[in-house]
Write a protein that binds this ligand. Sequence first.
Ligand code: MN
Length: 210
Amino acid sequence: MAYQFPQILYSYDRLEPFIDAKTLELHHLGQHQHYTERLNDLMERFSALATKPLEETVADIRTVPQRVRQEFRNLAGAHLNHSLLWRVIGPPKDQGPSGGLLTAITARFKGFDRFRNAFEQVALERFGSGWAWLCLDHHGVLEIASTPNEDSPIMLGLNPILGLDLWEHAYYLQYHRARHAYVHAWWHVVDWGQVDQLYHLRRESVPFRS
Ligand code: MN
């Protein structure tokens, strides 16, 4: 089964001025398409990897034969991470979270502003390439996390509902070394309606790993 490269349903300039059109196009068409093609190529060569959902294999990465484990880790993580990313960002609406998600964020982090500060701090502490995440743990409790490279938080037993790409390909063309400016601007393109949907969906789903 070939993994699908998800389309973006708006033009590449719709995240401006926060993420410019060239950066988004290179990231989506350049990076993600390339990762997906390489993942599909790997799955063709090692068809045993394709017998269960990608998330399940990623959750138990030690079951992957060692000779392809690192390649699978990178490519499956990259495909899952970017598929989530395109879902949770979109044209700016400048809305924060609402409803059950806002209640949960407020309860867990003592308010939305404090959550945002804590998330930004984790993002800025990531040295080199990686991601910052808002996840649900096995008990449905919200956790901020960070992973290096293209590791998925699913590898840590966490279910991601929001992800911030900290690779230089995500911002360098526009922001150069100013990762903090990118991280700060990025909140404008978070689609909280989608994050809220994922929050409710993942709370009800069985965790990938116990
Ligand atoms: Mn990326």
